[in-house]
Design a protein around this ligand. Structure first.
Ligand code: ADP
Ligand code: MG
Length: 678
């Protein structure tokens, strides 16, 4: 078995498992080794039922004392069994595991391990793992990897396969010279890959994670430099200069641009009319008003006879931008087109034609914009929104579509300037460090679950004023994707019921989650923006860029499961208009550390400050921790947490880049570290 072999060469993997793994993008031994754990658990000694704590991952050693009850609810099969120890009884439930019906029998002893909650008057574990007491004692106090799964495969299966594939890791050839490894204290590649799956201890895991983070950064930086040298020396062939029209466009807006926005606009217009090609990052906190800056750029391009595109990471966001730009540009006779993955083949074909013929001047879309089929007419400006969601390659692909169009990328990631220069060394940066006038600061509170009732009555008060509300539920840990859907659906129904029984009337509570079809999502978001939905319960799909100035409350359930930066992004969904807005962070845990971490959000509305504080408070055990920056182009690397590796990658690229390129070439190193994820 070598790295490039099919996973079917690994002991124990048959066609069925292989098919399930392919859904996770795992086809070869090397794919599997690079499929890193999502987290680790170390199993601790079981506790008595009476000592269980909600919100914690714990284990109990109990005796089954009921038959397995199997129910069907909305297409989900729910299996429930009860078990007891001397101190109490616990309810155990699983989704879509009907085979458990004949698995547990009264009187048998098992250890169950999972997250504890308190539901309808009883301690409950949802989707717990189960072990015989003997098997369990083998597992205690060893770090176990936990993998992201998909229906048809469990984390345990992946773990076993990874263990069997481990010998192949020795075939990985390190591209870093040995003296560099030792100079920077970087773990060598085969060891890092082995340790990231099966760490001997915390110390080794930390080194392994750092190494993998390094590889991701190094790959990114070398791609970045390649992109830069592709750009270097291009003369500006798309001269965009129409200051007078732009001035009038800005004047006619329903609001006045802030000074920071004006500066960004000026930087951009200067670039586009100069003799070099623009390559600029607009960085500004959530709600600072980046979209309008892009709109001005697209307007200027269109007026000067060039096509402009804006690429958004999600379909929902693309549709929102499309509507906004369409409304803004229509009076000027500038036609705006939309291109997304979920459009029908026919719709797409028509749009390709319009794009090719130049019948649309501004095109808004998702990844669909970079498909080979899309041919632009006179591409002059490429804007990427929420740029951190895209890899370098995707951006590169879009810019390759034209001659040498200008590029503008927009990001809310609060990234310190020193890191920004490493990551986007080739970009010019405009910072929007000012919020539009008239924004009332958001009022925040961090509470525990006992406050939920009060929160609900507060929400109802806002709803009765005609305002709208977001409620965000986290992804369910350590479970199948399905549970998230079940979780948020169940939550929505319970809330609807509670509100109906307590406040009467018909309050529109609607649920939104990532597994919905794009059309369905869009319809719901439409209803939310036109006000026919009052309360939108969702998973984090709404995190990116949604804009509804009439929403005044953001309530986040189990806020402790989110990174502060992510909570800050979520908070950015409210306070976008002239209304006083509120954020309620409900913590499922009450311990001091958790509360202190969340309280940072009460103290500040400043993304930079929050990111910094989050980092300081992180414990040494948080390897992946809660991802700080929301950067998804790295699987493991976190520009804050692994800032030392980011700096090392930059330095090593400068000092040894040429030598490393040669090594890769000569040794024909095959691995994917050289491609940023996504
Ligand atoms: P983000 O920077 O998070 O992408 P948006 O561009 O979506 O923010 O802008 C947030 C909201 O603020 C939008 O409703 C937008 O119309 C509004 N807005 C932007 N600039 C201003 C301004 N100068 N004055 C008032 N409202 C503004
Ligand atoms: Mg935005």
């Amino acid at each position: 078995m070598v790295l490039g072999d099919s996973i079917k060469t690994i002991k124990g993997i048959g066609d069925k498992t292989a098919a399930a793994m392919s859904k996770l993008g795992i086809y070869t031994v090397s794919d599997l080794l690079m499929y890193y754990p999502r987290t680790y658990i170390s199993y601790e000694d079981p506790v008595d039922i009476e000592n269980l704590q909600t919100g914690m991952r714990q284990s109990v050693r109990v005796m089954i004392n009921s038959r397995v009850e199997v129910r069907k609810v909305r297409g989900l099969t729910i299996s429930i069994v009860y078990a007891k120890d001397f101190s109490g009884t616990i309810k155990l439930m699983w989704f879509n595991c009907p085979f458990l019906r004949n698995f547990f029998h009264i009187g048998q002893e098992f250890v169950f391990s999972g997250e504890v909650s308190y539901k309808s008057g009883m301690m409950t574990m949802t989707q717990p793992e189960y072990y015989t007491p003997d098997k369990y004692s083998e597992l205690t106090n060893v770090w176990q990897p936990v993998y992201t799964v998909t229906p048809g495969i469990t984390s345990k299966t992946i773990q076993k396969a990874a263990r069997n594939a481990l010998p192949a890791a020795s075939g990985l050839v390190d591209y870093l010279p040995e003296d560099v490894l030792s100079e920077y204290g970087i773990m060598d590649l085969p060891e890092a890959v082995a340790s990231i799956h099966f760490p001997a201890d915390e110390y080794h895991l930390k080194l392994a994670v750092k190494r993998i983070a390094f590889d991701e950064f190094y790959g990114f930086i070398s791609d970045m430099h390649r992109l830069k040298s592709d750009f270097a020396g291009y003369r500006n062939e798309c001269v965009i200069s129409c200051d007078e029209e732009v001035r009038r466009f800005i004047e006619k807006l329903s609001f006045t641009l802030t000074n920071a926005q004006m500066n960004a606009v000026r930087d951009m217009l200067e670039d586009m009319s100069s003799d070099h090609v623009m390559n600029r990052l607009i960085q500004g906190d959530v709600g600072s008003g980046k979209t309008i800056v892009a709109a001005v750029g697209l307007f200027a391009a269109a007026v000067s006879g060039w096509q402009g595109v804006i690429m958004a990471p999600t379909e929902v966001l693309a549709v929102q931008h499309y509507k906004e730009l369409h409304a803004q540009f229509e009076p000027y006779g500038i036609s705006v087109g939309l291109l997304t993955g979920s459009m029908t083949v026919k719709e797409k074909r028509l749009m390709y034609q319009d794009i090719k013929n130049g019948d649309v001047s501004v095109i808004v879309g998702t990844h669909a914009l970079i498909q080979d089929k899309v041919e632009y007419n006179r591409l002059g400006l490429v804007v990427t929104d929420e740029q951190h969601r895209f890899g370098v390659k995707q951006r590169e692909k879009l810019t390759e579509k034209g001659g040498h169009p200008h590029t503008l990328v927009m990001s809310a990631t609060p990234i310190p300037r020193t890191l920004a220069i490493i990551m986007y060394g080739d970009l010019d940066i405009s910072v929007i460090d000012e919020l539009p006038a008239g924004r009332i600061p958001i009022k925040n509170c961090v509470v525990d679950e006992s406050y939920r009732k009060t929160a609900q009555s507060f929400i109802m008060k806002e709803v009765s004023k005609g305002h709208q509300v977001y409620i965000v539920c986290p992804m369910v840990e350590a479970s199948e994707v399905l549970d998230d859907v079940a979780n948020v659906t169940e939550y929505t129904e319970e809330l609807r019921e509670t509100l109906r029984s307590q406040y009467g009337g018909d309050i529109q509570v609607t649920c939104l989650h990532g597994k919905m079809k794009a059309d369905e999502k869009n319809a719901i978001l439409d209803d939310f923006s036109n006000g026919s939905i009052s309360i939108l319960v969702s998973t984090t799909v709404i995190e990116v860029g949604i804009n509804n100035p009439n929403a005044t409350v953001m309530m986040v359930e189990n806020a402790e499961r989110f990174g502060l930066a992510q909570l800050h992004q979520l908070r950015g969904r409210v306070g976008r208009g002239k209304l006083q807005s509120y954020c309620i962070f409900v913590s499922g845990k009450k311990d001091k550390d958790t509360m202190e971490r969340l309280e940072v959000l009460e103290k500040s509305n400043d993304g930079f400050y929050i990111a910094g504080e989050d980092l300081k408070m992180r414990g040494p055990g948080d390897f992946f921790g809660i991802r700080q920056s929301g950067e998804v182009m790295f699987k493991i690397g976190d520009i804050y947490n692994h800032a030392d590796m980011l700096k090392a990658a930059q330095k090593i690229y400068e000092d040894h880049g040429a030598e490393i390129d040669r090594t890769i070439e000569e040794k024909g190193i095959y691995n994917r570290y050289f491609q940023p994820v996504l």
